[in-house]
Every structure is written in C-alpha cells, then in structure tokens.
Design a protein around this ligand. Structure first.
Ligand code: NAD
Ligand code: MLT
Length: 529
C-alpha cells in the first residue's frame, strides 16, 4: 500500500477507524465540510468516507476524477448515487451489519418512550414540576405491533417486541415466508391489512421511490384510532405532512421519530407536538456500533484501494466475507481465462457463454462472470475496467453474456469454469479449475486438453501432430536464450496444442522464427499478470 492514496472523511467516524486508516493512508478528517469546498477538493482524493449527510450525487462523483471508492460508514445508501459511481467504476461499500442492533434498540427506546411520555415527563420534572396525571402511559404488553420491512433491523425489532408479550404482524413482500416464521411474525399480504390491525406501526424499509410516503394520509385514514407510529429507518417513509394532520386530529396517538425528511432537521413542524418524541438520527450512535462501523469501513476502504475485493460492496453481487474466501481463487481464474481472448484473437466479441459446474455452482457466481469480463476487457479498453463497471462496459460494447450453473461434476473435475467466446468465426473455448493446492489452471483450450498455469509468459501454439515439429520449436527458444519452465502437448485429430510457459520475454524476432518452423500453424504469446 502506498502512502499516495488519499482519503477524505467528510463525517464523524470512530477514532479506531480513523487510526486504522491513518496507519495505511493519507487521511483528511473534515467532519461537516461544506458542499462547495467538498466539490472543490474531491478531485484530490482516492476515497471518500461518508455517513448519511454528505450527498454523493452525480455532480460530486463527476468532480471526483481520482475517486476509486466511496465508503458509507453505516447502512442506508440513499444519499449515494450508486449508478453514477458504478458507471465510473467507483466501488461503493457500506457496513450493513455493524449498527443493526443499535438501530433496533433505538426503535425500542422510541416506542417505549412515546408510550410512556418519558421525554416529556423528564423535561417537566427538571423544570421544577411534579405531577403524574398528564403522563399516564400505555403498556406494550398485549398490543399488536406492525412491522413494515422485516429485514435486518425489522427482524431484530420483531424478536424484541415479542419478548414484551405482543402480537407481531409484518408486511414485506420481498422475503420468503420462512423469514416471517423464524421471527415469530404473522405475515400480512398487504400494507393495508397491517395498517388496519396494528396498534403500533414501525417502519424498517429502505427509502426509495416505492417506500417514500408509504404511510400517508390514506393509511392513517384506515388505521385504528390512536395508532402509534415509530420511524427509525428514513425520514419520509411515514409522510411528515400526513403525520402532522393525523396528530392534529388525534388519529395518531404518539410518534417516535429518529429520522426526518430533511436533515439536519431544525424547524420541523412535528417538534411542536408533545406526543412526538424525537432524536437527531441517533439510531446508530452507540459506542459499540460506531466502533464497529468505523473499523469495518476503514478495513474495507484499505482493501478496496489495494484493488482487493471487499465484502459489502453495494454495486456488486452481495457476497459475504466467508463466501469471498471460497470464491477468491476462482475470481483469479475467471479473470485470467477472460484475459486470454484478446491476446489470441482480434475480432470483437458478440456473445459469451459461461458455465459453472460442481460445488462452485452453489456460490454467487455472478462475481466470477464479472471477473471474466474484467479480464476480457481490461487489456483493450483505455478506460478503467474493474469489478464494478465490467458488466456495464460489456453491455456498452454489445456483448451478450449468458450464465449456466450445474451442480454435478463435469469431465471429472470437482469444479470447472467453462467459457465460450463467440465472434465472427474466431470463437474461443476455454475451461479452467483449481489444483488441489488452490492454484488456477487451464485444462482445455478449443477442445484440446491441456495443463496450463496462467502465470507469466506463455506460448500457445498449434502444430501438426508429426515428428520433427516440437524439437525445432524448442530449439529456436534455446537459441534465443529462453528457458522453458513448463510444457504440455495435447492432441486432437492431426493437430496438437502446445502450451509452453517460458521464463522471461519473447521478442518479435523470436516469435517470427517460431512461427516459421515447419509444421507450426499458429503461435500466440499471452501474458498473465
Ligand atoms: P434491510 O435491507 O436489511 O431490510 C429492509 C427490508 O425492507 C427488506 O427485508 C426488504 O424486503 C423490505 N422492503 C423493501 N421495500 C419494501 C416495501 N415496499 N414494503 C415492505 N417491505 C419492503 O435494511 P435494514 O438494515 O434493516 O435497514 C432498515 C432501514 O433502517 C433502512 O432504511 C436503513 O437506512 C435504516 N437505518 C437507520 C438507522 C438509524 O440510525 N436510524 C441505522 C441503520 C439503518
Ligand atoms: C445508517 O443508515 O447506517 C444510519 O442512518 C446511521 C448513520 O448514518 O450513521
């Protein structure tokens, strides 16, 4: 890792995370930096670390000409234009699991606090008053809690409210039934059903076009009188305008809010209601969560700037840390297989068919496809091609990609990646696997069996399968002072495929001599990094 990589941290993260970043990178910690200055200086940084306030939009991303990575110290990515980042090959990574417990506990705090008027009573007592009548609360026990979005946080809220003796109902059309059962929540097929039955509604979805305002005037109208609401997800999922009206009319009995449509929220009309408990987006603000978030994002940014794949990359298929360990050598193999094509052929690619067989088929093979495309396009494009934008770049070039998985073993290999690259008459077929020691090797090229370690410089030759061809070929290499480190010949009909790993460079003159050997049909020099 070079000290040249520069990171800008534009919002507060834990000291432990900053220390980790500083041990490897040049770090500027500018919590609360203004937009104009940020736009001005972003061009000098390789990575940007934000929380939920910094807007990483098209304008900022375009100004960040050196940016390779955006780290979201936290979960929600609604302040990041992921598509704009993806188009430019900028990796976006977040820390989705680091603050879920804290957010679930904050939800509980807001729920209980609003049911028991804790915040209001606290202010009342500290102002020198003593009375109990205005603060008569309501038990959570025996109530129906409606959870909208049964993901990481929603499910933790489910198990927590359940322990209070509640009935839990949930609406989440995007998860399997088994998840409702696991968390003891009754599945509701529609939001309307949930809204009609719940005494307390708590929202835990991402904020997007579909969820913005999903609890609005229509939903309040059909809700129970005096319904309680909690929003510890994102401002606007419960429409603030509709909530103000529902509080005024008494339809809503209380609200607990950690997040607001506009943040920082200073003049919000909801602050005027006694039965609304508010906190300034504190869901993730615990010592434990901030330590986890800070350290995790630091680790991810350091890895990302090293060019390594990191878990929790938002603009790549979702891969867990444990899956990444299994996939890493296959990623290297797929990338090397992809890099073969343009080193052997010059015609543009129309279509690629990839097939993954054996145990590997159970993994997130989308990442292997991306690695293959990165290998294919890296050598021939002036723009940066990386794991993040390789698919987009392939799409832009009109390359159609098809993937197939089969869990059974093919050709006796425990795992096999096979690729067919089609173009106008210059197709390439290649298959590869890992050795027992986990090293990538190529086992087939254009239906010739082979054993090729894709490392360093390799000569791939087609020759007539007869005596007097291979000897003169290797003699030419000897004459040029080039050592052969490995060689394998595979036959098919009257032809051989000769694969020769050589130490050092092979210049154009030597290549011309090799091509001129009687019986040699073709010679390619391929280089693997
Ligand atoms: P998650 O992705 O694990 O879960 C979200 C769930 O919402 C998913 O199960 C998804 O299927 C469901 N969903 C999506 N659209 C839906 C819809 N239209 N109707 C019903 N369900 C829908 O996310 P998470 O980690 O649980 O985070 C939940 C929310 O909490 C996010 O908005 C996140 O930004 C926010 N958050 C807030 C804080 C805070 O400080 N207040 C901290 C962490 C996370
Ligand atoms: C998150 O999405 O992680 C939360 O909003 C918390 C935060 O941004 O700190």
């Amino acid at each position: 890792m070079t000290k040249k990589h520069r990171v800008l941290v534009s919002e507060r993260i834990a000291e432990e995370g900053l220390a980790m970043l500083r041990s490897e990178l040049e770090v500027d910690y500018r919590d609360g930096i203004g937009r104009a200055e940020l736009l001005n200086i972003i061009k000098d940084y390789d990575a940007l670390i934000v929380r939920s306030v910094t807007q990483v939009d098209e304008e900022l991303v375009a100004a960040g000409t050196r940016l390779k990575m955006v780290g979201r110290a936290g979960n929600g990515i609604d302040n990041i234009d992921v598509h704009a980042c993806t188009r430019r090959g900028i990796v976006v990574a977040n820390t989705p699991d680091s603050n879920t417990i804290s957010a679930a506990e904050q939800t509980m705090a807001l729920m209980l606090c609003s049911l028991r008027h804790t915040a209001e009573a606290n202010a009342f007592l500290k102002a020198g008053n003593w009375d109990r009548k205005p603060f008569r609360g309501m038990e959570l026990y025996g109530k129906t809690v409606g959870i909208v979005g049964l993901g990481r946080i929603g499910s933790m809220v489910a198990t927590r409210v359940k322990s209070f003796g509640t009935r839990v109902i949930a609406y989440d059309p995007y998860i399997p039934d088994e998840r409702f059962e696991r968390f003891g929540a009754e599945k509701k097929e529609t939001l309307e059903e949930l809204v009609r039955e719940a005494d307390i509604i708590t929202v835990h979805t991402p904020r997007n076009e579909e969820t913005m305002g999903m609890i609005g005037a229509r939903e309040f109208a059909m809700a129970k009188d005096g319904v309680r609401v909690v929003n510890c997800a994102r401002g606007g999922i419960i429409s603030e305008a509709a909530l103000v009206e529902a509080l005024k009319s008494g339809k809503v009995g209380s609200a607990g809010l950690d997040v607001f449509e506009e943040e920082p929220a200073r003049q919000n009309p909801l602050f005027a209601f006694k039965n609304v408990v508010v906190t300034p987006h504190l869901g993730a603000d615990t010592v434990e969560a901030q330590r986890r978030v800070g350290v995790t994002i630091a680790e991810q940014v350091i890895k990302g700037l090293r060019g390594e794949l990191v878990p929790n990359v938002v603009n790549l298929p979702t891969v867990l840390r444990s899956e990444l360990e299994v996939l890493s050598p296959y990623i290297e193999l797929a990338e090397k297989m992809g890099s073969l094509y343009y080193q052997m052929e010059r015609s543009p690619v129309d279509r690629i068919e990839l097939s993954f067989s054996g145990d590997i088929a159970q993994q997130e093979t989308g990442l292997l496809t991306i690695a293959f495309l990165k290998g294919l396009l890296s050598g021939v494009m002036s723009e940066k091609v990386n794991y993040v934008n390789a698919r987009i770049k392939a799409d832009e070039r009109g390359i159609k990609v098809f993937e197939r998985k089969e869990e059974k073993q093919v050709k006796g290999y425990v795992n096999l990646i096979s690729a067919k690259v089609f173009n106008r008459g210059h197709d390439l077929q290649v298959a590869g696997t890992l050795t027992g020691a986990g090293r990538p090797y190529i086992v087939e090229i254009n239906d010739f069996e082979t054993d090729m370690f894709p490392v360093g410089n390799v000569l791939i030759a087609i020759n007539e399968d007869r005596p007097g061809v291979i000897g003169p070929f290797t003699t030419e290499l000897g004459k040029a002072g080039i050592n052969i480190s490995m060689m394998r010949v595979g036959s098919k009909g009257s032809m051989n495929l000769m694969v020769v790993n050589v130490d050092g460079e092979v210049d154009e003159r030597t290549l011309a001599r090799l091509r001129a050997v009687d019986g040699i049909v073709k010679v390619h020099l391929v280089r693997f990094r």
